[in-house]
Ligand binder design. Structure first.
Ligand code: SIN
Length: 286
C-alpha cells in the first residue's frame, strides 16, 4: 500500500501529517542538539501549519526540554507548580492509583490569563502500557464549520474565562483569593491568530464561564453548541504516546483533551508553556 504524504516545504526534517486538518510528526530532528535559528523558524512554521507537532524518540533531559521551549519565547510559571520545585517553569502532570487523570475535557491552556499561552510542549516521562492518548482539535475548522449567520454573530461576542472553575478545588484555594491574583478575563469568542491571521473559536469547556450580553440560558446553550465542534472527528487527531515522545501545540489554534482511560496505571508528563499575547478579533482578517 502506498501512503500519500503531502510534499512538505521543509528540507531538513520530514513532516508526516496525522490528518489533513491537524497534527503532524516532525521526523529526523534531534532536540538534544542546539538547533540553529533557521531550524527553529521551520519548526515554528510547521506548528503554524499543523497546529500541533509531535517528536518521537527524543532522549532529552528536563534542562533540554526547557532550553528547546525557550527558543520560542519566554516561559510561564503555572500556579499549580509547587513553590519549592527547582524548575518552576515545568508543570508536572502525574496520575496513578491515587489520582485519576482530570485533564479529560476540551481546553486551551490558561485562557484565564490576560495573555494566555502561545503554546505548550509536553514530554512523556512515564507512560501506561496502553491508554493516556492526547487528542487535539482544530479550532479554525471548528469556526469554519459554523453557518455564515452564526459566524457573523459569534464574531461580535466576548466571553469570561475563570481560573477558579478548575483550580479553586485543585489548589484548595478560596475563590476570592484566587481572583485577587488571577482576575476573571474577558476574551473574544472568535480570536484572530496573531501570526496566521486565521479565525479560531476561542471558548473552552475548561475555563469559559459565560458569554457577555446573553441570558444564562442563551449563554449556556450557545457555549454547549460551540463546544460540540471540538469533538467532531474530522477536526481531531489522536496522539499515541511512546517513550521519548513530545507534543508541541499552538494554544491559539487548537484545543486538547487527555484521555483518562488508564486508571490505576501511572502516567507522568512534564509540560512547559510559552507565554502568549492578548487575544483579539480583527474583522478585516480571516
Ligand atoms: C494538558 O491538559 O495540558 C495535559 C495534556 C496531557 O496530559 O496529555
Amino acid at each position: 500500500m502506498t501512503v500519500h504524504v503531502p510534499k512538505s516545504q521543509f528540507t531538513r526534517f520530514e513532516v508526516r501529517p496525522l490528518t489533513p486538518n491537524i497534527g503532524a510528526e516532525l521526523l529526523g530532528l534531534d532536540l538534544s542538539q542546539e538547533l540553529d535559528d533557521a531550524m527553529i523558524g521551520d519548526i515554528r512554521a510547521a506548528l503554524l501549519a499543523h497546529k500541533v507537532v509531535f517528536f518521537r524518540d527524543q532522549n532529552i533531559t528536563r534542562a533540554q526540554h526547557l532550553a528547546f521551549a525557550r527558543r520560542f519565547g519566554p516561559l510561564e510559571i503555572h500556579p499549580a507548580t509547587p513553590r519549592d520545585q527547582p524548575d518552576p517553569e515545568v508543570l508536572r502532570i502525574a496520575h496513578g492509583p491515587n489520582s485519576r487523570g482530570v485533564e479529560n475535557n476540551w481546553h486551551s491552556d490558561v485562557t484565564w490569563r490576560a495573555e494566555p499561552s502561545l503554546g505548550s510542549i509536553l514530554r512523556a516521562i512515564d507512560l501506561p502500557e496502553v491508554g493516556g492518548d492526547t487528542l487535539f482539535s482544530d479550532m479554525y475548522a471548528a469556526y469554519e464549520a459554523l453557518s455564515p449567520a452564526m459566524k457573523a454573530f459569534v464574531c461580535t461576542l466576548e466571553a469570561e474565562h475563570d481560573i477558579a472553575r478548575v483550580f479553586a478545588k485543585r489548589l484548595n484555594q478560596d475563590i476570592e483569593k484566587l481572583h485577587e491574583k488571577f482576575p476573571v478575563q474577558v476574551h473574544p469568542v472568535v480570536r484572530t491568530h496573531p501570526e496566521t491571521g486565521k479565525r479560531a473559536l476561542y471558548v473552552n469547556t475548561g475555563f469559559t464561564t459565560r458569554i457577555l450580553g446573553l441570558s444564562k440560558k442563551e449563554s449556556d446553550w450557545l457555549l454547549d453548541h460551540l463546544y460540540s465542534f471540538a469533538a467532531v472527528p474530522e477536526h481531531v487527531c489522536r496522539f499515541r504516546w511512546a517513550p521519548g515522545s513530545l507534543a508541541f501545540w499552538d494554544n491559539r489554534a487548537c484545543q486538547h483533551y487527555a484521555a483518562s482511560d488508564y486508571f490505576p496505571a501511572v502516567r507522568i508528563m512534564e509540560r512547559v508553556t510559552i507565554a502568549g499575547d492578548r487575544p483579539f478579533f480583527d474583522p478585516s482578517r480571516g
